[in-house]
Design a protein around this ligand. Structure first.
Ligand SMILES: Nc1nc2c(c(=O)[nH]1)N[C@H]1C(S)=C(S)[C@@H](COP(=O)(O)O)O[C@H]1N2
Ligand SMILES: [Mo]
Length: 313
């Protein structure tokens, strides 16, 4: 047992679910763990659930890596509108009513739009995109999203020449999102992208994962997915998308501007003021792995030519 102690002490930086599994391992002993714990865990793994979505195209953009199991993707979440623990969203997301749901696209556009979520979804062929996702807290997952490029929607509303940024807003409704009764962040959660980032073909509006509609805890019925940025850019349960001339405020940079910037680009060379960003723990894995520049999506680098990488946190 003694030689495992350094691992036990690491529990502070280890996702709780993984740590519990590791503790199972320790309590059973190595032989017991091999013969009992793994088969048990496999048998208990839940199949994806929820309404199936029609998928027109599929793209595997995670370097052939296996997707993180449905169970982990849907039970280890950040969604502060349901509480600040990773296990809060799955337990509390039942209060969110993702249907009926209305989305507005307005601001610097020639054709503003207010549309029911299902009418919006029907406008676009849905794609499955398997992406690596990296949280600023140094854990990561591989997630098979279902959605459509945000750029396809923005083209339909015809941005004016003044449209330089895109602002996103989560639903504001403490009855559905009870965490909004506490002033953890300024509600509603807001996020933003430059227009060239927003129209980059990798940038998705997601409506599902694993072929099913998004569970509440993952941001039903509509959330942003930007795979080269830290997870906080992926604003959930969106009700409004506004094109603007000026850079919009973002929730995390408003709270702690020196820790969370507007860009949030994944960069292993630029540490967070309180921890290293050089490595990450892939949920379900034992050892940490190296974090890749732009989370491995280096094709976006040209968007930032000439900008100081230290300003891109
Ligand atoms: N509205 C809202 N969106 C949010 C958050 C949040 O607290 N509220 N958390 C962000 C963070 S920090 C991460 S890592 C991702 C997590 O998405 P997932 O739970 O689907 O993996 O959601 C992002 N979007
Ligand atoms: Mo995050």
């Amino acid at each position: 047992m003694a030689r495992w102690r350094p691992d036990i002490l690491e529990s502070e930086t280890t996702p709780e679910a993984l740590w519990l599994r590791r503790r199972d391992f320790l309590m059973l002993g190595a032989a017991g763990a091999l013969s009992l714990a793994w088969p048990e865990r496999t048998a208990a793994a839940a199949a994806p659930s929820g309404a199936a979505l029609p998928i027109a195209r599929r793209a595997e953009l995670a370097g052939g890596e296996a997707s993180t199991p449905w169970d982990d993707v849907t039970s280890y979440n950040n969604f502060y509108e349901f509480g600040t623990d990773k296990s809060d969203p799955v337990q509390r997301a039942g209060s969110l009513r993702p249907r009926p749901w209305t989305v507005t696209i307005d601001g610097e556009v020639k054709k503003p739009l207010t549309l029911d979520i299902d009418a919006l979804i029907k406008r676009f062929p849905l794609e499955e995109r398997v992406y690596r996702m990296r949280c600023v807290e140094a854990w990561s997952m591989v997630i098979p999203w279902v959605g459509f490029p945000l750029g396809d929607l923005l083209r339909q509303v015809e941005p004016t020449s003044k449209a330089k940024f895109v602002a996103f807003q989560t639903l504001l409704d403490p009855a559905q999102l009870p965490g909004q009764r506490r002033a953890v962040l300024d509600w509603p959660y807001v996020e933003g992208l430059r227009i060239d980032e927003a129209t980059h073909p990798l940038t998705l509006l997601a409506v599902g994962l694993y072929g099913r509609v998004l569970p509440g805890q993952n941001g039903a019925p509509l959330r942003l997915v930007v795979p080269w940025k830290y997870g906080f850019k992926g604003v959930k349960s969106i009700v409004r998308i506004t094109l603007t001339e000026k850079q919009p405020p973002t929730s995390w940079s408003r709270l702690a501007p020196s820790e969370y910037g507007f860009y949030g680009n994944v960069d292993p060379a630029v540490d967070h003021p309180r921890w290293s960003q050089a490595r990450e723990r892939r949920i379900g894995e034992f050892l940490k792995r190296k974090t890749l520049p732009f989370n491995g999506y280096g094709e976006v680098a040209s968007l930032y030519a000439g900008l100081d990488p230290r300003k891109l946190y």
